[in-house]
Design a protein around this ligand. Structure first.
Ligand code: BV8
Ligand code: ZN
Length: 260
């Protein structure tokens, strides 16, 4: 039985809150839409373009091999942009719930680090499926390093270098055509197939394998709650689909019952 409300009517919210209340294990899957109200451009929304490039054109190993300076210039721009942004009410409500409630885990496609910034406890730290804007990885020895410096992309010589072996460093981000970190993907699939509820927030659900996680929950008999401004390929299979901005609907959904 699917309960879709054009807007987030009380009935649907109550239904979704009931599912979350009764759930032992919850996995949350987020996309760019959860950070849109923090000012982070989404991929397919108006801000999805940088200069004349689409994200899918620059976020590939081929683009980096062809012109690492251009790709680093893009990631440098995104890093500076995101450093002006702060977690919104959706990030904060998710982090607070994950800190207070066992079996409530956040899995994100976002590389903006806003779920990490909102986390006040290790259990609230998200699984970052696609990496982070604030980490680099060596192109030779794969050494990973936290990095929130300003990127100097004036020439190949000025690009970030590996502190261990001196080779060129790349953003520690999963590009299109590249496999996700096997340990991270495995943990995400375990969480999804073991969850009673998969809460999907702000994703167009077009990029795989991330988009397949909600189906794992559904196939295991769990419920899927979707929060988005518009329909997605997940809507038809969702138990409850709520329409509205994440920063409003997520806190409403996760607020403790008045009685409690
Ligand atoms: C891989 C890091 C092995 C980069 C990213 C199966 C079928 C079809 C294709 C494939 C498949 N398996 C593999 C593929 C190929 C590919 C893929 O899925 N292509 C798509 C485009 C069809 N997948 C891969 O390449 C993956 N690797 O599978 O390796 C392999 C390799 C080759 C072939 C087979 C197997 C790697 C994918 C990871 C790529 N890296 N990010 C960077 O950031 O620079 S993906 C990137 O795009 C994001 O991380 C995210 O995953 C995706 C963007 O989606 P969203 O986050 O959802 O954002 P979007 O803008 O699209 O939507 C925003 C949504 O929010 C909208 O619905 C909107 O309505 C809503 N919204 C907006 N505002 C709000 C809101 N909702 C609520 N409130 C609001 N305020
Ligand atoms: Zn190295």
């Amino acid at each position: 039985m699917r309960d879709v409300a054009a807007d987030a009517s009380g009935h649907s919210i109550d239904h979704a809150r009931g599912l979350l209340r009764d759930a032992g294990r919850v996995v949350v899957l987020t996309g760019a839409g959860v950070s849109a109200e923090s000012g982070v451009p989404t991929f397919r929304g108006a801000g999805g373009l940088w200069k004349e490039y689409r994200a899918e054109e620059l976020a590939t190993p081929e683009a980096f091999a062809r012109d690492p300076r251009l790709v680093w210039e893009w990631y440098g721009w995104r890093r500076r942009l995101v450093q002006q942004c702060t977690p919104n009410a959706a990030h904060i409500a998710l982090a607070e719930t994950a800190a207070q409630r066992d079996g409530f885990r956040i899995v994100t496609q976002n590389v903006d680090g806003l779920h990490v910034a909102a986390a006040r406890a290790p259990s609230a730290r998200p699984l970052e499926l696609h990496g982070s804007l604030f980490r680099t990885r060596c192109t030779r020895c794969s050494e990973r390093r936290a990095d929130d410096d300003v990127v100097d992309a004036t020439s190949r010589e000025t690009l970030p270098r590996c502190a261990a072996c001196g080779a060129m460093a790349r953003p520690d981000i999963v590009w299109f055509g590249e496999s996700l970190d096997a340990r991270v993907l495995d943990e995400a699939m375990q969480l999804a197939s073991g969850a009673n509820v998969c809460l999907v927030v702000g994703t167009s659900a077009l990029v795989h394998p991330a988009a397949g996680l909600a189906d794992l929950t559904r196939r295991a008999g769990g419920a899927v709650i979707e929060i988005n401004l518009a329909d997605t390929p997940l809507t038809s299979g969702a138990t409850v689909a709520l329409r509205g901005p994440a920063s409003v609907l997520v806190p409403e959904l996760l607020a403790p019952d008045p009685a409690e």
